[in-house]
Structure formats: structure tokens, C-alpha cells
Design a protein around this ligand. Structure first.
Ligand SMILES: C[S@@+](CC[C@H](N)C(=O)[O-])C[C@H]1O[C@@H](n2cnc3c(N)ncnc32)[C@H](O)[C@@H]1O
Length: 218
């Protein structure tokens, strides 16, 4: 089906285009990894979860429009540009900045946040990046997963990303074949890197009570 026809059908009726399983996917190794391996892993997490899982996709464009069909999770999205709202799910998209998103979503709203392709595409400085991470942490549940993706090139990320990330999140190696640490590099022209992170779980009530009784005995 030609791109022109797909676009025309999408403009006419996104729901009809969805029923025909139309997509505008990008063909690149880092996209294949995100859409097959990362989403496959996130679907396993969702299947193991006791409750329905909620995923927030930060920054959305037409090549992401089919993502709710790939993820077995309630799919929410946001973008700073109002014109991108058409690529989100009706009733589950917000127009606003990721650096202020906790004001909108509140604390602990999501099991998973995917923040891919923000660095150098709107989140351009270290202070902005810190605000993004702080907000991702706010909107994630304790134990929730953040998948961060960016082009590890000075024109996109002109500061040291990983030390900043570790100030906010724990890291882990996901059980994805071919991934052997929390940082996974795709050596294509984009120099894309995925980082697998987790918000620390709050200390449980028993542990907290023990700490309080030790403190009061001193
Ligand atoms: C390169 S695209 C990446 C889209 C998508 N996240 C992906 O992985 O394909 C960057 C998108 O992020 C959006 N964006 C940039 N800064 C943002 C911010 N502070 N808050 C929300 N969206 C932002 C842009 O409008 C654009 O749609």
C-alpha cells in the first residue's frame, strides 16, 4: 500500500486505518530493537503483573501511532506539540511538556515509562534532562521501569548522560537475548543507546517500623 494512500486513509479515519493494521513504522535497527525486543520484554512484564499495566510513551509521532497495537498495556502518550495529539489514543494523550508531566499525571501513575528520542529533540540541556528524569521518577510507581533511548552523539547529547541517570534510578539488565547489561548500544549511524532503569521500591512497612524502633531506642 502506498504511503500516500495510507496517509489519506489515516486523515479520513484513523480508526479505519487501525482496523486495516496500517502503520508508518521506521525501518532502522534501533527501531526493530525497540518494537520487537524491548516491547516483547515489556509485554512479559505486563503478563506477570497482578494488575493491568499502564505505559507512558513520552513524545509521539506518526511512526509511533501503531505502538498501542504492539504493547499489551494501557497506552498513554504526551507531546509538547499540539499537532502530535492525533497520533495518541483518544482520551489517553496529553499535550504538554514532559518536564512538567507529574503536575498532570500525579505520582506513581505508571508501571512503565518509555522516554525515547527526547535528547537533542527538545530536551537539549543537562538541566532539562534532569527535570525529565525527575518527572519520570515522579510518575512511575515504586519498582516501575524507565526505558531511556537516545542518540549517543555530541550533536544530540552534548553532556555525560549516564552519570546523571544513576543519580535518579537503579539500573538492571533485562532478560532480552543479546543484551548483557543495563546499557545496550546499537551500532548503526544513529549511535542509539537504550538504558534500562528502575525506580527504587519504597522500604516496606516492616523495615520502616524496625528503623523507627531502632531510632526511638537511641
Ligand atoms: C524524535 S521525536 C521521538 C518520538 C518518539 N518518542 C519516538 O521514540 O519515536 C521527539 C518528539 O518529542 C517531542 N518533545 C520534545 N521535547 C518535549 C518535551 N519537553 N515534552 C514532550 N514532548 C517533547 C517532540 O515534539 C517530538 O514529537
Amino acid at each position: 500500500m502506498s504511503y500516500f494512500f495510507k496517509r489519506a486513509l489515516f486523515k479520513l479515519s484513523p480508526r479505519a486505518a487501525e482496523r486495516l493494521n496500517i502503520d508508518f513504522r521506521l525501518r532502522a535497527p534501533n527501531r526493530d530493537f525497540l518494537e520487537e525486543s524491548v516491547f516483547g520484554y515489556l509485554n512479559e512484564l505486563a503478563a506477570d503483573a497482578a494488575e493491568d499495566s499502564k505505559t507512558l510513551f513520552v513524545g509521539i509521532d506518526k511512526h509511533n501511532w501503531h505502538y498501542p497495537r504492539l504493547l499489551n498495556s494501557q497506552f498513554h502518550s504526551l507531546d509538547i506539540e499540539a499537532r502530535k495529539a492525533v497520533y495518541g489514543q483518544p482520551g489517553r494523550h496529553w499535550t504538554g511538556s514532559a518536564t512538567q508531566m507529574a503536575d498532570y499525571y500525579g505520582q506513581g501513575a505508571f508501571d512503565v515509562v518509555v522516554a525515547n528520542g527526547l535528547l537533542g529533540f527538545g530536551v537539549n540541556t543537562e538541566p532539562d534532562f534532569r527535570r525529565l528524569l525527575e518527572q519520570c521518577k515522579e510518575v512511575l510507581k515504586p519498582g516501575g521501569v524507565l526505558v531511556l533511548g537516545y542518540n549517543d552523539r555530541p550533536d544530540r547529547a552534548p553532556f555525560s548522560v549516564l552519570p546523571v541517570v544513576h543519580e535518579f534510578f537503579e539500573s538492571f539488565a533485562p532478560p532480552i537475548p543479546g543484551v548483557d547489561g543495563h546499557v545496550h548500544r546499537i551500532d548503526d549511524g544513529f549511535q542509539h543507546v537504550f538504558v534500562f532503569l528502575r525506580k527504587a521500591k519504597a522500604p516496606d512497612q516492616t523495615f520502616r517500623a524496625e528503623l523507627e524502633s531502632v531510632a526511638s531506642a537511641q
